[in-house]
Design a protein around this ligand. Structure first.
Ligand SMILES: Nc1nc2c(ncn2[C@@H]2O[C@H](COP(=O)(O)OP(=O)(O)OP(=O)(O)O)[C@@H](O)[C@H]2O)c(=O)[nH]1
Ligand SMILES: [Mg+2]
Length: 259
């Protein structure tokens, strides 16, 4: 079977772990086989039981003790160590013959997106069958500069990991209907955000940074429709699923492909 790997990526606390769990529950509900991989060695009290868990090889706590470092140093060491366990992880993954493997990534996004180790993981498990779901933190996404900054971060992750990306507005249940709709509009039509950006300039820089960044993102086609999701209200899974199916199967029905 052609397994698709779905990596959940977003800033610390953006909702990766809960979305991973909610997506797995949705797949279960739809009777679509799936497996969860936890790649966060620092995770405590996960809301799901991962079939594959990096903590079986090491935890953040182990690293702090063994290397005599604090939590931040341990995060970096552990991010690099993940690559050394790739043969074991790959063996475990290959045991499962399922259409979807959901990968929950470490809390601090940059540990996954900036360290070379993540490219090793993605390449080894199967890059051509991988996609990332990128979570926008709803509180940050509410303001024009926050939204644009998140778009930059998400774009830099495409650049870094070279994977297709589905944008989701995480925890959308905590936003008002107006806020949610405004953010979706910004993502669908860049001109909608343009007027709000005129005031951003920094001393010493002759150009208006907000406008320059806006044009850069727009011209590169990096504004893409964002899908509101909520792990609490169970919203958005169908959209994520369809986005994935469109990418890998041209939107065909999975049942027809698999059975
Ligand atoms: N209202 C609401 N809260 C949510 C949702 N998803 C997650 N949360 C809350 O947000 C907090 C962080 O969620 P996590 O899923 O742990 O986020 P994370 O990105 O995995 O966080 P770290 O791995 O610790 O960086 C938790 O306290 C959740 O209860 C959601 O859809 N709606
Ligand atoms: Mg998490």
């Amino acid at each position: 079977m052609h397994t698709v790997f779905v990596y959940f990526i977003g800033s610390a606390g953006s909702g990766k772990t809960f979305l991973t769990k909610a997506m797995a529950d949705w797949f279960d509900y739809k009777s679509i086989d799936n497996v969860i991989v936890n790649l966060d060695p620092g995770a405590e009290n996960l809301p799901y039981n991962p079939e594959i868990d990096i903590r079986e090889y090491f935890t953040l706590e182990d690293i702090m003790l063994n290397y005599g470092v604090g939590p931040n140093g341990a995060q970096i060491i552990s991010a690099d160590l993940i690559a050394t366990k790739i043969d074991e992880l790959k063996n475990e993954v290959e045991y499962y013959d399922v259409p979807f493997i959901l990968v929950d990534t470490p809390g601090q996004m940059e540990l996954f997106t900036l360290r070379e180790s993540s490219n090793v993981v993605i390449d080894s498990l199967g890059k051509e069958r991988s996609v990332m779901v990128y979570l926008f933190d709803p509180v940050v996404a509410k303001t024009p500069s926050g939204f644009l900054s998140l778009l930059f971060m998400s774009s830099s992750v495409i650049f870094r990991l070279n994977l297709p990306q589905i944008l989701v507005l995480s925890k959308s249940d905590i936003l008002s209907k107006e806020e949610r709709e405004r953010i979706i509009k910004w993502s669908e039509d860049p001109e909608e955000i343009y007027d709000s950006l005129h005031t951003f300039s920094i001393p010493g820089l002759q150009k208006n940074l907000g406008i320059e960044l806006f044009y850069l993102l727009k011209d590169l086609g990096l504004f893409r429709p964002i899908m509101p999701v909520s792990a609490v209200e169970n919203i958005g899974f169908e959209d994520i699923y369809e986005g994935i199916m469109e990418l890998f199967y041209g939107g065909e029905d999975l049942e027809e492909i698999l059975y």
